[in-house]
Design a protein around this ligand. Structure first.
Ligand SMILES: *[C@@H]1O[C@H](CO)[C@@H](O)[C@H](O)[C@H]1NC(C)=O
Ligand SMILES: *[C@@H]1O[C@H](CO)[C@@H](O)[C@H](O)[C@H]1NC(C)=O
Ligand SMILES: *[C@@H]1O[C@H](CO)[C@@H](O)[C@H](O)[C@H]1NC(C)=O
Length: 199
């Protein structure tokens, strides 16, 4: 009797947790993408031509917003976000990490500042990431390269990033272009030289 009872409890837990993991797997959908874009919009403190203010209107479908590209008619998730050269001042919100299907993210040549949200590391589909010519500062998230196996283009050129470049960069096997210059990084190279100097 006791055995059957504990078996039932066990099964009940099994069902409960498998349902939970199912719910977790479904956690992002089309409305998540819209929320993520609206979070980004709300982090724009200056928009010189009022472009996003007027165009990213909640009354229109977000896949029609300027700079936003969605995938096929069936799933309609954001696959590319290109808001380069728009004269925007702002920060990147953590919700950016919820754009699960994002393959291209370019915010090049604006005035984005602050540090990169750790959530960027959730964008597993990213192939192209261009954050160049902004005013980002702080260090790179330690795990930034851990989950970006498809990254082909990565630029942080001309910002104010500092600290070390995580050695996990070597996990990005498909990387073709890398732009890290004009920042305040401490490179592995200069570190090795320093060790040699003191040796
Ligand atoms: C936003 O811009 C796109 C691309 O220029 C345009 O097709 C769309 O109609 C605009 N939407 C609004 C609400 O202005
Ligand atoms: C940067 O964007 C501005 C518009 O905000 C544009 O006038 C300028 O040509 C762009 N510069 C580069 C190097 O792309
Ligand atoms: C999206 O991201 C934020 C911050 O990372 C999080 O709090 C939120 O629960 C996420 N999920 C959805 C469905 O918006």
């Amino acid at each position: 009797m006791g055995r059957i009872f504990s078996l039932c409890i066990f099964l009940a837990f099994l069902v409960y947790f498998s349902t939970l993991s199912f719910v977790n797997a479904e956690v992002t959908d089309i409305s998540t993408d819209k929320q993520a874009l609206l979070a980004l919009k709300s982090c724009i403190s200056h928009d010189s031509s009022n472009l996003l203010a007027n165009n990213w209107s909640i009354s229109s479908f977000f896949c029609d917003w300027i700079g936003v590209t969605c995938g096929g008619a069936r799933h309609q998730r954001v696959t590319a976000l290109d808001i380069s050269n728009l004269g925007l001042t702002g920060t990147l919100p953590p919700q950016i990490g919820n754009l699960s299907f994002l393959a291209t993210l370019s915010i090049r040549n604006n005035s984005f500042h602050g540090s990169l949200p750790d959530e960027l590391t959730q964008l597993r589909s990213l192939k192209y990431l261009n954050l160049g010519y902004n005013r980002f500062s702080g260090g790179l998230p330690e795990s930034i390269f851990d989950n970006l196996p498809n990254l082909e283009f990565f630029s942080l050129h001309s910002n104010m990033f500092k600290g070390k470049i995580p050695s996990t960069l070597s996990k990005c096997k498909h990387l073709q272009q890398l732009g890290l210059s004009s920042n305040n990084f401490i490179g592995a190279h200069s570190e090795r030289n320093r060790k040699l100097d003191s040796a």
